[in-house]
Design a protein around this ligand. Structure first.
Ligand code: KG4
Length: 347
């Protein structure tokens, strides 16, 4: 199949608590992007309940896909391929999207392409800024992952560093729950931190000078111990000091990686990339050293299907379609992709 600027991909995303569909042309032109969040449904449980998420996806998937196609101003027959998240994520939730995508692809007689959710996050920056300069270093910080990646060109990437324990977003969520300041934890800490003093408590910056991996579980324990020993401490000061400890490490390691691979840009991705302190500090650090810092819009940082359709376009171009018997893979890993590098070497 010819994959070019006119190729229209329908993307479907149901890996966690967002039911999303989008139509993207040529890998970067977003014709529509619809996201239906289940945050309100899960808030009363203080976290995502997998079975509840699957049922909500089941109710929402058809209207969300229909809305995305209508909003794109196309007829379903104009879709050239259907891309869907196959992992990582919650098994029941993923299965709803994978089944819907298979039905769409089969019914329209168009190719299906399975997409790794983490790989898709790498394309979110490119959707907001199609003129992004490569090589880039991508910091992917979400509820389930903290990854530092080298992206020499779209479609090519390799892993530079990752968390050895908790993900950054997981630390935000656990500390917010401990402080009892709201759900989801990241935005709650972000808001509390604006009222607190970030230098009031000197929490540890783990592995600050060791390579490009991260560790956040010791910080979490340090925060809990500090609050237990100082029950009258201000939650706002704890939030601000905790956030500063996370952000300092994320910024320092990203800058180290950017210098190491001689990057031209730094790109943030994942839910934690919405953090206001991280955005401000990364921009300042990048400017000071001459790296362009791409801050995807908040809508592009969090889960959406436009990035799935974009990743699907590149995957289709470089690897071709998936077979209709693909399944959902809850613990799917991000495997370095060097297809285009090899291809260039053979030219
Ligand atoms: O990428 P994402 O939407 O989904 C998954 O990881 O599945 O990321 C969600 C994570 C949560 O841990 C949430 O607390 C965090 O991103 N988050 C934030 C902010 N907004 C969302 N963390 C820090 N500051 C924020 N403003």
């Amino acid at each position: 199949m010819q994959v070019d600027e006119g190729t229209v991909v329908l993307g479907i995303e149901t890996s966690c608590d967002e039911t999303a569909a989008a139509v993207v042309m040529g890998g970067t032109d977003v014709l529509s992007s619809v996201v239906s969040s289940q945050i309100d449904i899960h808030a009363k449980f203080g976290g995502v309940v997998p079975e509840v998420a699957s049922r909500a996806h089941l109710e929402l998937i058809q209207p969300v896909v229909t809305e995305a196609i209508d909003a794109a101003g196309i007829v379903p027959e104009r879709i050239d391929a259907v891309a869907v998240t196959v992992g990582p994520g919650l098994m029941g939730a993923l299965l709803v999207g994978v089944s819907a995508a298979k039905a769409m692809a089969y019914g329209l007689n168009k190719p299906l392409v399975g997409v790794n959710h983490l790989e898709a996050h790498l394309y979110a920056g490119l959707l907001d800024d199609p003129h992004l300069q490569f090589p880039a270093v991508v910091l992917l910080v979400s509820g389930g992952n903290t990854l530092l990646l080298h992206m020499p060109a779209p479609g090519e990437y390799s892993l530079l560093g990752a968390t050895i324990d908790d993900a950054a977003g997981e630390a935000f969520d656990k500390i917010a729950r401990f402080l009892d300041i709201g759900y989801p934890g990241g935005p709650a800490i972000d808001a509390a931190a604006t009222r607190g003093n970030r230098t009031s408590i000197d929490f540890p910056r783990a592995m600050m000078h060791d390579g490009l991996d991260f560790s956040f579980s010791g910080l979490k324990t340090a925060v809990i111990n500090h609050v237990r020993k100082n029950p009258d401490v201000s939650s706002d000061d704890v939030a601000a000091s905790f956030q500063a400890a996370v952000v300092d490490v994320l910024v320092a390691k990203t800058m180290k990686a950017a210098r190491q691979v001689e990057a031209r840009s730094i790109v943030l991705g994942g839910g934690v990339a919405a953090n206001s302190q991280l955005r401000a500090d990364m921009t300042a650090a990048g400017e000071a050293e001459g790296f362009a810092v791409a801050l995807p819009s908040r809508a592009m940082c969090t889960d959406n299907a436009a990035m799935i359709a974009a990743a699907g376009w590149y995957r289709l171009r470089d690897h071709g379609p998936s077979t209709l018997d693909i399944g959902a893979v809850p613990n799917l890993a991000l495997v370095a992709n060097t297809v285009r590098t090899n291809r260039a070497a053979h030219r």
